[in-house]
Design a protein around this ligand. Sequence first.
Ligand code: SF4
Length: 495
Amino acid sequence: MTERVKPAKIRCDACPVMCYIADGNAGACDRYANHDGQLVRLDPLTIIQGGSQKLVPFMPEGAEDSWDGDIIQGERPFVTAVGAGTTYPDYKPAPFIVSQDVEGVDMVTVVTEGIFSYCGVKVKIDTDRHIGHERDIVYVDGEPIGHVMTSEYGSKMLSLGGVEHLTGGSKKEGRVTCDALMRLCNREAVTMQIGEEDHQTDVVVEAGKAPIINGEEEKLMRVGCGSATIGMFAMQWLDHADEVVVVDDHITGVLSEHEAGKQLDVPPTGIKLLGRRSTPGRYFQVANPGTGWGGTDIEDPLKILGPFKPAVAWEGLRVLMVSTTGEQYAYYELDADLVPQPKPAPKALVAASELIAENCEPSVCSVLFMAGAGGSLRAGVTENPVRLTRSVKESLTHVSCGGADTYVWPGGGITVMVDVLDMPTQSFGYVPTPALVAPIEFTLRVSDYQTLGGHMDEVRPVDQINREAARHVAQNPSAHDPMARGNFRWSKKDP
Ligand code: SF4
C-alpha cells in the first residue's frame, strides 16, 4: 500500500495574510506562488532603461523580446520596485538595495513594493457635463468607494479610496474599493455610479481616455467659462451677430453687456437672461447642472432667455447662442414681436463656433495615485525611520514610484502623489487585507544612505541584479529621470 503524500505547503510572509501555499499554486493575491517549495514573486522585476541622454517611449506590448537584455552597456538602468516584492513585517531590509555610479557619484536606490492601507486616487475628468454634486457618493457595484470633490477649471474631480473605504466600512466595501483602485491604477476602465437614485450619473473612467458619461463618450474639454469665451472670441462675432450668449453652468456670458462687448462698441440689445447677474455680462445659475449645453440641463438654449425689452431690441436682431465647447450652437433673428426665430447660421458664425471647438483640448481622465509612505516601510530603508522622512524633506532622498516622479506633500510624513500614466503598465497589485500594493523607490547618495542608518550590508551593485528574468521598459519621456542630479539638493550647492 502506498502512502498518500500530502503536498507540502509553504507560508508566504510578504503580507499580514500569511497564506499557506501548496506546490504549484499561487497565494490569495496572485503575486506569490510555491514553485517546487520555493516562494517566488510571479511578476518580473521591472528595470527602466534610463539616462538623461536618451528618452524614448515605453516599448509597445510584445516588444520586450527585441530588447537585448544588456543593462550595463546600454543606457543607465533604474531598478524599479515593480515586481520587487515586499518584506513584511518591515523591519527586514527592502528586497533590493542597488548601488551604481551616476555621473561620478555613488548612488543607491532602495526598492520595495509598499502595502498601502492609506491610499487612494484623485481623478480629474475633463468635462463640462454635470456628473454629480460636490460631496455626492461614488459607487462601484453598489458599494461606496469615494466622493465628488470641488470642480476645477473645466474638470470634475473625484476622491476615491482611502482608509475609510478600505477598512472603515463593510468587508465588501473594502474589497470593491481595493479592486476599483487597482484597476484604475493599472489603467483599466472602471464603471461608477455617482449620486443617489433620483440624480444618478453613470461614468466610465479610464486613465488617459475620454470619460463616458451616461453612455456618451465626452469629446472636448470646454475652452473656458462663458465669460472667458466671450473674452477670447468677441472679435470673431463682430458684424455677424448683434448679440452672443455663451451658455455655461457656472458663468454664462452675454456679449453686449460684457466688458469685451463694451470696449468693442457692441450696442445694448435689450436681452434678458434668467439667472443671477454677477457683474455686467456674467450670469450665474441660468439653469440647473446637467449633461446638456455648457454643463446645464438644457437642450433648448432659449429657455434661459426672458422677453427682449421692446424699448431697446429691434426686429431682425441677430442672436447667436453657443456652448463653451462650440459643439452646440443656434442662430436666431427676432421677429416683429421680438421673439427669437431659428434661422440657418451664417457661415462666419459657424466658423466662429468651430474655432471655439478647435481651441478645446480633448477630454481625458487623469488618475493620480496618492499614498502615505511614512509608515513602517521606512524600516526597510533604514533602522531609524524618521531620518528617511527628514532626508526626503531635505531633498537628499528622491522618491519615485515605478521610476515615475512623485509629488511629495509638504508637512509631516511622506505623502506622495503620482500620475499612473507615468508608471510602467501593471505596476499595481493588491493584498486581501485589503490594501493596494504599489512600487516605491528611494534614491540617494551612498554617503547619505550611510548617514541615515541604511542597511549597508544589503547594498548590491546593479550588475549583480539578475537581468535575465527582468522585464525591461524604456524610459517614459513624460516621467523624468529618478537619478538626475537636479533631484537632489547637493547638486545645487555642488553643480
Ligand atoms: S496575500 Fe499574497 S503577499 Fe499576502 S501572504 Fe498571501 S500570497 Fe503572500
